[in-house]
Design a protein around this ligand. Structure first.
Ligand code: KG4
Ligand code: ZN
Length: 334
C-alpha cells in the first residue's frame, strides 16, 4: 500500500484543529485549540465569535501541526478539510485555509464529512473491520450508520429532533449548569440514582430513529412543577434519571441495529461517547451480546483534525479529490 501523509483541518464548531496523519492510522500530530472558555459565558457556541476565533488561530495551528509532526508542507500527499455539516461561518475558515494551501502548493484537496471523521476516529486506534455499525452521538448528530467498506455510509436511523448532545446541553441549561452540559450531567449522574420517572421515546416498533425533545420537555415540566410547589429537586437524581433515559434508548437501538445489519462490530463516535455511563452500559451490553465494541479514547471522541485526516486518507486512496470550488456546506449529507 502507498505511503500517505495527510494534513487534516477541522473548524466545524468551536474547536480549531489541524493534524498530520500517516497512512490513515498513525497520528503524527493533532493540535486542538478549544474555544470553550470564550463561549461558556454565553451558555453556548456563538457562531460569529467562533468564526473570528478560527481566523485568529487557524494558521498558527496548522504550522504547529506540521512542526510537531516534523513534516514539511511539500511532503504532504493531500489536505483534507471538514466541508460540513457544522456552522457555516466556522466551516468557511477551515475550507478557505485548505484551499489557499492547496492552491499555493498544488497539493490535492479533499472535502470530508464531519460525521465520517468521527467514525474514522476509531480507525486511528485499530483498523475498522467491515461490515460494521456506528453510533454517532454529538452536539449536532445522533445517527446509526452502516458501513460495508471504506467511504460507504448507509443511514439506519437518526434523530428526528434534538441530537443526544443537544439534549444533554439543553437539560443542563434548564438545571442551571454551565455549558457544555454533557460533562456536567455525566459528573452529577454518578452521584445520584435514576429515581425520577422520565419517558423513553421508542417510536415505531421497527424504527431505529431517535427523539429527545419530549424527554427535554418532561424535565422542564418536572422542574416547573417542583418550583410551583416550592419543592427542592435532587439535582444528582434528576441528572441520573435524564441520562439513563437517553442511554436506555441509545444502547437498545444500537444493539438492534447491529443485529438487523448482521454485523459483529459496533463503533461509538462523537462527543457524547465521552459519557462514562454510555461507555460502561454499552460495553456491558455488547459483552453479553458478543459484539465487538470500539470506543475511541476521550481526546479522539470530541472534534479534532486527526479524525478528518484519517477519513480523508481513504478518499485520497480512491482519488476523490475536490477542486478550488469546494465550498462549506452546513447541511452536507453523508
Ligand atoms: O462531537 P462534539 O465535540 O461536537 C459536535 O460535533 O457536536 O460533541 C459535543 C457534544 C456536546 O453536546 C457535549 O455536551 C457532549 O458532546 N458531551 C457529552 C459529554 N462530553 C461531551 N455528553 C454527555 N456526557 C459527556 N461526558
Ligand atoms: Zn463533532
Amino acid at each position: 500500500k502507498k505511503q500517505s501523509l495527510v494534513l487534516g483541518i477541522e473548524t466545524s464548531c468551536d474547536e480549531t484543529s489541524a493534524a498530520v496523519v500517516l497512512n490513515g492510522t498513525d497520528v503524527l500530530s493533532n493540535i486542538i485549540s478549544s474555544q470553550m472558555d470564550v463561549h461558556r459565558r454565553f451558555g453556548g457556541v456563538v457562531p460569529e465569535v467562533a468564526s473570528r476565533r478560527h481566523v485568529e488561530r487557524m494558521t498558527l495551528i496548522i504550522e504547529e501541526a506540521l512542526t510537531k509532526a516534523n513534516v514539511d508542507l511539500s511532503e504532504l500527499d493531500a489536505i483534507a478539510v471538514t466541508q460540513g455539516p457544522g456552522l457555516v461561518g466556522a466551516l468557511l475558515i477551515g475550507v478557505a485555509a485548505a484551499k489557499a494551501l492547496s492552491f499555493a502548493t498544488s497539493i490535492p484537496l479533499i472535502g470530508v464529512h464531519h460525521i465520517a471523521g468521527h467514525i474514522y476516529a476509531n480507525h486511528l486506534v485499530k483498523p475498522l473491520q467491515f461490515p460494521l455499525v456506528a453510533l454517532v452521538v454529538s452536539g449536532g448528530h445522533t445517527e446509526l450508520i452502516y458501513m460495508e467498506k471504506h467511504n460507504h455510509f448507509v443511514h439506519l436511523g437518526r434523530t428526528r429532533d434534538d441530537a443526544a448532545g443537544e439534549a444533554f446541553d439543553k437539560v443542563a441549561r434548564l438545571m442551571g449548569l454551565p455549558y457544555p452540559g454533557g460533562p456536567q450531567i455525566d459528573r452529577l449522574a454518578t452521584q445520584g440514582s435514576p429515581s425520577y420517572d422520565l419517558p423513553r421515546a421508542w417510536l415505531e416498533s421497527d424504527s431505529l430513529d431517535f427523539s429527545f425533545s419530549g424527554l427535554k420537555s418532561s424535565v422542564m415540566q418536572l422542574i416547573q412543577k417542583a418550583e410551583g410547589r416550592n419543592e427542592k429537586i435532587n439535582e444528582a437524581d434528576l441528572a441520573a434519571s435524564f441520562q439513563q433515559a437517553v442511554l436506555d434508548v441509545l444502547v437498545e437501538k444500537s444493539i438492534r441495529a447491529v443485529k438487523k445489519a448482521g454485523v459483529k462490530q459496533l463503533l461509538l463516535a462523537g462527543g457524547v461517547s465521552a459519557n462514562s455511563g454510555l461507555r460502561v452500559q454499552l460495553a456491558n451490553r455488547c459483552e453479553q451480546e458478543r459484539i465487538d465494541l470500539r470506543i475511541p479514547p476521550l481526546e479522539l471522541c470530541t472534534d479534532n483534525a486527526a479524525m478528518i485526516a484519517a477519513a480523508g486518507t481513504y478518499l485520497f486512496y480512491e482519488g476523490k479529490f475536490a477542486n478550488l470550488s469546494l465550498n462549506a456546506d452546513p447541511n452536507l449529507s453523508l
